[in-house]
Design a protein around this ligand. Structure first.
Ligand code: SAH
Length: 358
């Protein structure tokens, strides 16, 4: 991983001004550099045409620019969703998704290389956590998609591989850079961070004065059931998670979302729906129902379509604001972490067959 002190694309304008001073360049260059990196989205210093050559050379040696290399791209024939596989500087593989909605284009980014949260239904956690991503590596996923598609991006969701609140400081810095008026200037209201529920970090995030949406991955309504499918539930109870969600809502005024993946015969009964409504009501939470995306290694089945609709109706009848997540990109390794996992598995298989040939 790059040291933060050298990672120029993770720096605020004020920090860039410090770097300018240290290196004997005028302070006004900080804003120019920032705009080249975060508005023009250049991939190297040579493209910064109003920066003196000596300065560009010096900076490229001392402060290499973080860039994401596109390794693979799958475009859904069904809905135009695009799934990207990027390699970072150390060849770490990271997955991101570009989606078109009526309200604008949205990018879903990863916050870590792999994940250590161990949710039983999730592909991202199959290979464990390798490392966290830097703020610039989170930004680059969006920037590279912007470069490749040439399309404006108005919404960002941190719902790809990794647990964002397990990479807290980098996440918060990323959120500030992403929504900085001197950069891509994405509205904070159009940014969503999804967490499996690291309770103390939810309180911290509430205090950051950011107007972003918080999504809580709930997936079960009793502690017992939740512990079966989400190891994090051994650390924090649903009651504690609800208190944190309530605090977030009160402090930020932002409606919280509950993510609820419907798994056949696991969490999709009439009683589950009733208890879910009772959890959502005091928080005025919005519920996002997601028919679980089957991951070969996991063996869970999706609730059938009619079951999903019945579950939705039960919530609606109780006055809960609910939507069924439109399943995008079903034909392109839709579930979190599947594309990366497939590449890692392919690599392993190649290594095995190489060895076998010796
Ligand atoms: N770690 C964060 C963000 C990444 S996962 C979190 O837990 O929220 C983004 C969302 O997708 C979470 O709600 C997660 O539980 C859900 N998810 C993961 N694997 C899934 C699958 N196979 N099918 C449906 N939803 C899944």
């Amino acid at each position: 991983m790059q040291e933060t002190t050298r990672d120029i694309k993770s720096m605020t304008i004020e920090e860039l001004a410090g770097v300018m001073k240290e290196n004997g360049f005028p302070a006004f260059r900080a804003k120019q550099l920032y705009r080249w990196m975060h508005v023009s989205l250049v991939r190297n210093y040579e493209e910064m045409t109003n920066i003196p050559k000596v300065m560009a050379e010096r900076l490229s040696k001392e402060y290499p620019l973080t860039t994401a290399r596109m390794i693979d791209r799958q475009v859904s024939k069904l809905d135009g969703t695009q799934k990207y596989l990027f390699a970072m500087g150390d060849d770490s593989l990271v997955e991101s998704v570009f989606m078109r909605y009526k309200f604008g284009n949205s990018v879903c980014i990863s916050s870590q290389v792999g994940c250590r949260m161990g949710c039983r239904f999730c592909a991202s956690t199959l290979d464990g956590l390798y490392r966290s991503l830097t703020p610039s590596e989170m930004l680059e996923q969006i920037y590279e998609i912007r470069r490749v598609t040439g399309e404006r991006i108005s919404h960002v969701v941190v719902m790809g591989t990794g647990e964002p609140l397990d990479n807290y400081d980098n996440l918060v810095r990323f959120l500030h850079l992403l929504t900085d008026e001197n950069g891509l200037n994405i509205s904070q209201r159009n940014v969503t961070v999804s967490t499996c529920g690291i309770v103390p970090r939810i309180y911290d995030l509430a205090k950051e004065n950011l107007s972003i949406t918080l999504a809580l991955s709930l997936h079960a309504v009793t502690d017992e059931k939740r512990r079966e499918i989400m190891p994090i539930a051994n650390q924090y109870s649903i009651a504690e998670l609800m208190d944190a969600g309530r605090y977030y809502f009160d402090r930020t005024g932002r409606q919280v979302t509950f993510e609820y993946s419907l798994i056949r015969d696991v969490n999709d009964s009439a009683q589950d729906a009733q208890m879910l409504a009772e959890l959502a009501r005091p928080l005025k939470a919005h519920i996002n129902l997601i028919p679980v995306n089957p991951v070969k290694e996991r063996g869970y089945l999706q609730t059938r379509d009619e079951g999903v609709r019945a579950f939705e109706k039960k919530l609606e009848k109780r006055g809960i604001n609910v939507s069924i997540r439109r399943v995008l990109g079903r034909d392109i390794d839709g579930a979190c972490g599947q594309l990366r996992h497939r590449h890692l598995t392919d690599q392993k298989q190649e290594t095995v067959s190489d060895n076998a040939g010796e």
